[in-house]
Ligand binder design. Sequence first.
Ligand code: NAD
Length: 485
Amino acid sequence: MNLAVPYHLENFIGGHFIAPLSGQFTDNINPATGQVYGQIPESNDKDIQAAVKAAKKAFPEWSTTPAEKKFEILNRIADLIDQHLDELALAETIDNGKPLWLSKRMDIPRASSNFRFFATAIMHFSNESHAMEDKAVNYTLRQPVGIVGCISPWNLPLYLFTWKIAPALAAGNCVIAKPSEVTPVTAFLLGKICKEAGLPDGVLNIVHGTGPVCGEAIVKHPEIKAISFTGSTRAGERIASVAAPMFKKLSLELGGKNPALIFADCDWEKMMKETVRSSFSNQGQICLCSSRILVEKSVYEKFKHEFVEKVKQLTVGDPLEEKTKQGAVVSQLHFNKVMGCIEKAKEEGGQVLCGGHAVHPEGACSGGYFIQPTVIENLGPACITNQEEIFGPVVTLQPFESEAEALQLANATHYGLAATLWTQDISRAHRISAQLQSGIVWVNCWLVRDLRTPFGGVKNSGVGREGGWEALRFFTEQKNVCIQL
Ligand code: NAD
């Protein structure tokens, strides 16, 4: 199989690679160089209509395909992803700007794990039965929803794209999927892999284009019965407003403003190492990254000093080099947004302890979008910097005096995705975990992922849960059958 990336990407509809019906393309830019290196289809409602037609044709057979057969095909997809790790990782890094070692160790292996996990899960997914003594017996069928839409963001391109597609396919649905228009390449390559793996034509259709045109055409299409979306809270709100009156099933995984709560009694070395990682991994562009670091007052100065020293050592530069810890942020637009947030923080009275500037590496990456990892203090919980998601290499530090104050600060935003808690006091860990307004709490660790666990947020961080049975439940409809004895 040839996984070379063509200059013009194409949609994958009904098992064929085809140009967008509009004939229009837009530039694909390598964020590490600022150079155009490809063209992305600008698809619209007509392409989505073609994809729905292909999915409808494929649905009767795929929805009744035995679990063993789906298991085989999804596992073959996982194997092919593994076999092409190097090509996929390079494609992801060029498209996104993240360090190549990160694409190799995290993004692409996780994409194959997603397929392998749901290939196996569907073999164990079972229906419920409720017997009414001598009166009747109920059994609850879980049937595929039908044609479903999967829309994903640019920060973990193939990782999150497959996190939605794998359970949707395993549950017997046909899928219309749209990757972010900012990072479309590995999604395009996935089409090739699925074809090679023997996924029947039309079962997965991958359409490229912008959110407002192509994404919204998916959300609006009356024959697409469920939407699984990961992205910004702003786009999630728009999608909910379109899909809710159509009574579509909705799973919304949205933004975050995640706190890290650090108590003086924590395992200091481990906390320090992991807090640097949780703040700046993937240039801070992971929805689960800590962005508000709350530190017990008695150790605040010690933390600040050591943390800033460690952050200053993170090498920013060419994502292809092994020594690079911080690659480029994803686009010029995002670069401008993050730099604007740093300026805003200064206007609000924030003191920049390190970073705060763009980086201009020498050579091929001189035109890329690089930002120094930035640490800011002296800002209260209500300011914009501590309220709005920045989604870049920027964190703030705030001191707290008591457990109650730590909780108050942690819960003082509209978001509620993930929180990290550092303490050796087991009672405190339980107490605080229960009171954090957050879908996910990591105690003395960060980003330890078990794919069986429910994944998602509360408040403006989303609706619904992904992962394990939750995902298979989302992508199926229940039907209760009651048989009188
Ligand atoms: P985004 O909302 O701009 O775009 C996400 C996807 O939605 C893209 O494919 C985009 O084309 C599409 N889209 C945008 N508007 C749309 C519309 N009106 N209708 C249909 N589709 C539309 O987000 P982004 O900038 O790509 O990603 C960053 C955001 O994603 C951050 O807010 C981050 O926190 C969030 N995120 C959340 C999670 C999570 O699991 N909760 C994971 C990763 C990223």
